[in-house]
Design a protein around this ligand. Structure first.
Ligand SMILES: [Zn+2]
Length: 246
């Protein structure tokens, strides 16, 4: 088997490996996993944000509760003074009544604030609960799909390793310079070695000179297409001129 035949086979294995890579990357299961992962990250961020918000509200609630207690104490101490007969003048009593009205107003205002905050906190904890439930569901879905994906990958992986092994065996039989040339062409042209089809380059379709065809039929010369630069391969043509099967 000549170098060109080997190179042709090498390319087949190489393209098969590319196909496996592509299959792995384009797997619908893999895409679904990426989607779910992004979703979970986003929900986790939401959870942290809402938790912080709830904590802040709780903090404010505590502060207002303390303020409420202080006002209540002041109010009670005034009431005690009146009930204890410690208020001597009518003027003092009037002042205290006025103060009591103000304190009551303050208490009512604080009560309103507390009510509002409690409502906010309840809303937040409702939202947090919803997110937690959604996340548990998504995590379950993720692990189910992951298991399915892993088994899909292990099947592909087994075939992949076999082809890779064949490729590396073939590589040891090829001229390293030819491999380099192949890799360069693959990078720039996508396909490095092309079959000659009806006297035309199988890559760019330009018709090849009769002399080139003759050389290709005859030997193992590495001839590139003048137009696209790909390595031309005569292959196993049925006209009797071809070399042995790959
Ligand atoms: Zn060409």
């Amino acid at each position: 088997m000549g170098q060109l035949d080997l190179l042709w086979e090498y390319q087949n294995l190489d393209l098969t490996l590319d196909k496996y890579e592509k299959m792995r990357k384009n797997s619908p299961l893999r895409n679904k996993l990426i989607e779910l992962k992004n979703y979970l990250v986003q929900q986790q961020e939401n959870l942290v944000k809402l938790n912080e918000e709830a904590e802040k509200k709780n903090h404010i609630l505590n502060r207002i509760n303390h303020e409420y207690e202080d006002i209540l104490k002041a109010f009670k101490s005034d009431v005690d003074k009146v009930e204890g007969g410690r208020v001597r003048s009518v003027k003092q009593l009037e002042e205290m009544q006025k103060a009591a009205v103000e304190l009551k107003e303050k208490l009512a205002k604080k009560e309103e604030e507390v009510k509002g905050l409690l409502k906010d906190i309840q809303n937040l904890s409702g939202k947090l609960e919803e997110i937690r439930i959604r996340m548990v569901k998504a995590k379950k879905e993720y692990s189910d799909i992951k298991a399915e994906y892993d088994s899909e990958v292990s099947t592909i992986q087994k075939e992949y390793e076999e082809v890779k092994q064949q490729k590396s065996e073939l590589k040891s039989k090829l001229d390293p310079e030819l491999i380099k040339r192949y890799n360069r062409l693959k990078k720039s042209r996508g396909i490095a070695v092309v079959m000659v089809e009806q006297s035309c380059c199988g890559g760019c379709n330009m018709s090849l000179a009769a002399l080139v065809i003759e050389r290709l039929k005859k030997g193992d010369d590495i001839i590139e297409c003048e137009n696209c630069g790909r390595i031309l391969y005569w292959g196993n043509k049925a006209d009797g001129d071809a070399k042995s099967a790959v």
